[in-house]
Write a protein that binds this ligand. Structure first.
Ligand code: AMP
Ligand code: ZN
Length: 143
């Protein structure tokens, strides 16, 4: 269902142009205008869902089936050295467009333009602390 003022719904409805990479009944994929690396693609469900929390499992499966297909095409047709999948959920996670989407970012080696900084805190987390955090996330895992 279309959401007013949603830029991705407008792309689905041809109100805004896009460079299409893949389309089927439920899914559209098109190039991200920012092109973090060449071929940077967004995969979206045609059904408007804001984020992972709103997305139903069937639609999620359709999105990732398309992600897999496009990843294969990138591997086949671009000189890729890997692919990053990125999915931001919520403003604090960097989400800017509130229509669920997965970024496929083809990688071409060091200095290709994709910068993701992960700081490790492993020295602060003992196995006991890790266990407590895991149980907090999913209490059903408690033994
Ligand atoms: P996110 O920060 O995960 O919500 O990513 C939103 C992405 O949408 C950004 O990478 C934008 O460059 C991209 N974007 C916004 N408007 C358009 C558009 N009209 N066509 C293609 N990509 C877009
Ligand atoms: Zn939308």
């Amino acid at each position: 269902m279309k959401q007013e003022n949603c830029v991705f719904c407008k792309i689905i409805n041809h109100e805004i142009p896009s460079a299409k990479v893949y389309e089927d009944e439920n899914i559209l994929a098109f190039l991200d205008i920012s092109q973090v690396t060449e071929g940077h693609t967004l995969v979206i469900p045609k059904k408007h869902c804001k984020d992972i929390f709103e997305l139903d499992e069937q639609t999620l499966a359709q999105v990732f089936q398309a992600v897999k297909k496009i990843a294969g095409k990138m591997q086949e047709n671009l000189e890729v050295d890997g692919i990053n999948l990125v999915n931001n959920n919520g403003k604090n996670a960097g989400q800017e467009v509130f229509h669920y989407h997965v970024h496929l970012i083809p990688r071409y080696g060091k200095g290709d333009g994709y910068l993701a900084v992960w700081k490790t805190n492993s020295s602060k987390y003992t196995p006991g602390i890790l266990q407590r955090i895991a149980e907090k996330i999913n209490p059903e895992m408690q033994k």
